[in-house]
Design a protein around this ligand. Structure first.
Ligand code: SF4
Ligand code: SF4
Length: 176
């Protein structure tokens, strides 16, 4: 009897129609992009950037940890000694090939001085993918516009880190 009823009423079609009607009366969630943009969650992982301290100095110390950590080989760091300050290094050159990035955030986690930040920028469509190989100046510019609030230099925050005070006579020097 049940099989007969099923054969006569086609319940699968009725179930399908029910789904269609449900969606017909559900409010639309389409946004008129690019005129309307959705608000992104706090932890959104967008374009990467290099950050500066409040005095304008670059945070990156050229340690290469981000390059070693990156699973997609996005990052290339050419590190050098800060002139006149033999205990300090910096990234003389820094490149990111964003065509390879999977936005995993591992480089940000690995950086010992929080020199990398993930922004909420995502409108990076280009005609020539070679333009997505970003250099240090481009990455710093992204950081400047996305993170206007900057951290104070580490040697100003922790005066006992005297090793970093070489070349800054106004701060305590390391005793040997
Ligand atoms: S977010 Fe992931 S894939 Fe992209 S550069 Fe950092 S470590 Fe590499
Ligand atoms: S961004 Fe951070 S991890 Fe990468 S080289 Fe600079 S200091 Fe090291």
């Amino acid at each position: 009897m049940r099989a007969l009823l099923k054969a006569v009423t086609f319940p699968e079609i009725l179930m399908g129609l029910k789904e269609t009607l449900k969606h017909l009366f559900t409010p639309s969630v389409t946004l008129q992009y690019p005129h309307v943009k959705r608000s992104l969650p706090g932890g959104y992982r967008g374009m990467l950037s290099l950050l500066r301290y409040s005095d304008g100095g670059e945070k990156c110390v050229g340690c290469d940890l981000c390059e070693a950590t990156c699973p997609s080989r996005v990052i290339t760091v050419v590190s050098a000694e800060v002139q006149g300050e033999p205990t300090k290094r910096y990234a003389k050159e820094y490149y990111m090939d964003m065509t390879r990035c999977v936005f995993c955030g591992l480089c940000v986690e690995a950086c010992p001085v929080d020199a990398l930040g993930m922004t909420k920028e995502y409108e990076w469509a280009v005609y020539d993918k070679r333009s997505l190989r970003l250099n240090k100046e481009q990455l710093l510019a992204i950081g400047d516009r996305s993170f206007p609030e900057r951290e104070r230099p580490v040697q100003d925050q922790y005066h006992n880190v005297a090793t970093f005070n070489i070349g800054r006579p106004q701060l305590p020097q390391k005793q040997y």
